[in-house]
Design a protein around this ligand. Structure first.
Ligand code: SF4
Ligand code: SF4
Length: 94
């Protein structure tokens, strides 16, 4: 079976550096940056290009800072964007 290729985009300004996504990632794709965002949080960064698009990180992020993509053939599709705005959880899975 072909290996699934995934990718994520991190909205660093939404990130509060809680590290939940780092713990949830089975691929060790994420680490905390040494830089802070404009709110003073150590945001997370992708340190390896081995994401499978499993969505774990986006599901655990309390701040909706991660959007997950999966690559099928040459097409890159957004598969999960999870936003949590003042308690209303909105999950979009394509
Ligand atoms: S989608 Fe899965 S593999 Fe990719 S960074 Fe998030 S937790 Fe890790
Ligand atoms: S779970 Fe969300 S807020 Fe926490 S470190 Fe990861 S991206 Fe940042």
């Amino acid at each position: 079976m072909a290996k699934v290729k995934g990718d994520i985009i991190i909205d660093i300004e939404k990130c509060k550096g809680c590290e939940l996504c780092i713990e949830a990632c089975p691929q060790d794709t994420l680490e905390q940056s040494r830089s802070v965002n404009t709110k003073g949080y150590l945001y997370i960064v992708k340190v390896q290009d081995n994401c499978t698009g499993c969505t774990n990180c986006a599901l655990v992020c309390p701040d909706g800072a991660i959007t997950v993509f999966r690559q099928s053939g040459k097409k890159k599709e957004q598969i999960a964007k999870i936003t949590n705005v003042t308690g209303d959880l909105k999950v979009t899975v394509g």
